[in-house]
Design a protein around this ligand. Structure first.
Ligand code: AMP
Ligand code: MG
Length: 417
């Protein structure tokens, strides 16, 4: 499938779009573009399920014992007093069911995972039992009907959907699929994301920077963020602030990948070529999103390949990637649009804030429902990204925030980091 070529176009006259609106608009416009293949379960971790996985069998497949002990028929017990039952020959163990029917007044040795022996419906824990010398066991009254028994199908029923398409497969998902007899899964191919940095000042950490030079920090960061989402990255390096070079890089990126992520050169300055070149190459929309950090985000398309032109400041690139590029890219790769959890927490210090935009601060959970903010809002301070374990989101209409107020906190784990 291909995106329409005006997929990021904005209605005319729109100035600064609030974050929730911008996200809703983005959500409406992206859809899966990646092909589907079938993989063995063991190879599917981190992939996006392309077709619902239907349970071939219930799990558990039969009623079974949840503890080591003795299986009994609850109806045969008396309401009060000590219970004494004769121990039948044989036993029930996981994978070795009891042969025959347990007669009335009898019990049988039963181990965890064993199919419930015929004639029984409850299990007395071995710790609660005393052995008489005569092949009988005794235990107190009060066993509940169905005690220590797992019901067939209590996890998943045969024929029901065990995992829905659009789910990015975790270890627990693979366990679930295996448990219902699903051996292979239809999954999307990983989304290929081309990444490059722009800026004449940039060099790689193994190089010697020229006058005014800095090391390219965004590229390893964005590549890492993209890989953490399960994307396949095409690293296109650093591109100088030169129209023709940027144009060539964008064209090359679009030819090789399903989506392109760039950093730097995205706002309206003299050396900001991303937006201009996107306009020349295809549909371009400068998304003026009312958020901080993040200057205008350049979102465009070359043919059907979407391009996310992120700001150059590392903190802004990080936040814009997580809040905007990530959900769109996941969706392009076949996943459900990811909803972020927002935990109400108490902020430990005051924060300047302007009404009319959503602001993101680097936060660190301090226990007890409290979150600290990083000492500085400097959008170049990568140490704050490392220090923090999540983003504090200050909503659009709020202004100055005082210590002790409730704010929303999104842990990085919510972004799959
Ligand atoms: P720009 O968005 O290109 O105007 O860049 C904004 C700021 O971010 C400038 O101080 C750039 O030097 C810095 N910057 C841009 N790209 C990178 C990068 N890849 N790594 C580290 N800093 C960058
Ligand atoms: Mg620049």
């Amino acid at each position: 499938m291909a995106l329409k070529n005006d997929c990021f176009a904005l209605p005319p006259g729109i100035e600064w779009t609030p974050v929730p609106e911008a996200l809703a608009r983005l959500r409406e416009r992206v859809e899966p573009v990646t092909a589907i293949e079938t993989l063995a379960l063991a190879d599917a971790l981190g992939r996006v399920l392309a077709r619902d996985a239907v349970a071939m069998r219930s799990t558990p497949p039969h009623d079974n014992a949840a503890v080591d002990g003795y299986a009994v028929a609850h109806a045969s017990l008396t309401r009060e007093g000590e219970q004494t039952l004769i121990l039948a020959e044989g036993r029930a163990a996981a994978g070795s069911p009891f042969d025959g029917v347990v007669p009335a007044g009898h019990t049988v040795r039963t181990l965890t995972g064993a199919v419930m022996p015929e004639g029984t419906d409850s299990v007395v824990m071995q710790e609660d039992v005393s052995h008489g010398g005569d092949g009988a066991i005794s235990f107190g009254s009060g066993l509940k009907p169905g005690a220590n028994r797992r019901k067939a199908g209590e996890d998943i029923e045969e024929g029901s959907i065990a995992i829905r398409a659009g789910c990015r497969l975790s270890a627990a998902d693979l366990a679930q699929a295996a448990s219902v007899g699903v051996a292979s899964l239809a999954v999307h191919r990983p989304l290929r994301v081309a990444v490059f940095s722009t800026g004449d000042e940039l060099c790689d950490p193994h190089e010697t920077p020229g006058r005014g030079g800095i090391f390219d920090a965004n590229r390893p960061m964005l590549i890492g963020l993209a890989r953490a989402q399960g994307f396949e990255v095409v690293d296109l390096g650093r591109i100088p602030d030169e129209a023709s070079a940027i144009r060539a890089a964008l064209t090359d990126a679009a030819a090789q990948a399903d989506a392109v992520v760039t950093s730097g050169g995205a706002s309206g300055g003299d050396e900001d070529h991303i937006g201009r070149e996107l306009t020349r190459l295809g549909a371009m929309a400068e998304w003026r999103i009312a958020m901080k950090p993040g200057r205008p985000l350049a979102m465009g398309q070359i043919g059907s390949v979407p391009v996310f032109g992120l700001p150059g400041n590392p903190v802004a690139a990080f936040v814009c990637f997580l809040m905007f590029a990530r959900p769109a890219l996941l969706r392009l790769g076949g996943a459900d649009w990811p909803e972020l959890p927002r935990f109400p927490v108490t902020i430990t210090g005051p924060a300047k804030k302007r009404a009319g935009r959503t602001e993101y601060l680097r936060g660190r959970y301090a226990g007890d429902g409290k979150v600290e903010k990083f000492r500085s809002e400097g959008s170049g301070l990568i140490s704050g990204l490392r220090w923090s374990d999540g983003l504090i989101e200050l909503s659009h209409n709020r202004d100055r925030v005082e210590a002790g107020e409730t704010v929303d906190y999104i842990p990085y784990s919510a972004f799959g980091l």
